[in-house]
Design a protein around this ligand. Structure first.
Ligand code: NI
Length: 200
């Protein structure tokens, strides 16, 4: 009987912890969405970071619009899904994809070295620009773009994951916010939006 109670208690705790975690994450995600919808303190800004070929990427020196996503290479689910979507967007845009910079910025600079970023991004699409930097450089660009991220230790092992905002941003060549895309949006809709801007 006692064993059964302990078991039930453990199950309950696990469910509670998961629900709390997801609600909390969702709440933070909604925060940024609200901010954007109110047009209040919009995210945006230029950045100078290290790209996957080891050189520097300066958003100021490009006249292309940007598709921006913040994540990390060890991400088990949302990042791979988003990068597959980004690759699909590039392919669907065809020749028009030359007018955009699809960018992935790590929120885990500690593990995401140039080599790690290069191997990871290369697996999705050769046109995606993967960026890393020092912790303070990443903190700065994440803050400019209203991107929350939080290191979370994984229980029982000497490892961590990073909870992070799961939104794709669209920005103009000045680094100004144009739009954002929530996780479930289809790539065709993003392609349509990009085409509208390019063909204006
Ligand atoms: Ni991720």
């Amino acid at each position: 009987m006692l064993k059964k109670n302990i078991f039930l208690f453990l199950i309950f705790s696990l469910v509670f912890a998961s629900v709390y975690f997801f609600l909390n994450k969702d709440y933070k995600q909604k925060g940024i969405v609200q901010q954007v919808e109110n047009q209040d303190n919009l995210p945006g800004g230029h950045f100078l970071l290290t790209s996957q070929d080891g050189g520097m990427f300066d958003s100021r020196s490009s006249d292309k619009i940007m598709l921006l996503y913040f994540g990390f290479t060890y991400c088990p689910d949302v990042c791979p899904t988003t990068l597959i979507k980004m690759a699909d967007i590039i392919d669907r845009l065809g020749k028009d994809s030359e007018k955009i910079n699809p960018i992935f910025i790590t929120v885990d600079p500690e593990r995401d070295t140039v080599k790690a970023i290069s191997e990871y991004i290369g697996a999705f699409h050769e046109d995606i620009i993967g960026l890393t930097g020092t912790k303070s450089e990443i903190d700065k660009v994440a803050k400019d773009w209203g991107v929350y991220y939080e290191k979370q230790p994984i229980k029982g092992v000497d490892d961590y994951t990073v909870n992070h905002l799961d939104i794709i941003f669209l920005a103009n060549s000045n680094g100004d916010f144009i739009d954002y895309f929530p996780p479930k949006i289809q790539s065709v809709l993003i392609v349509e939006k990009i085409r509208n801007i390019i063909n204006k």
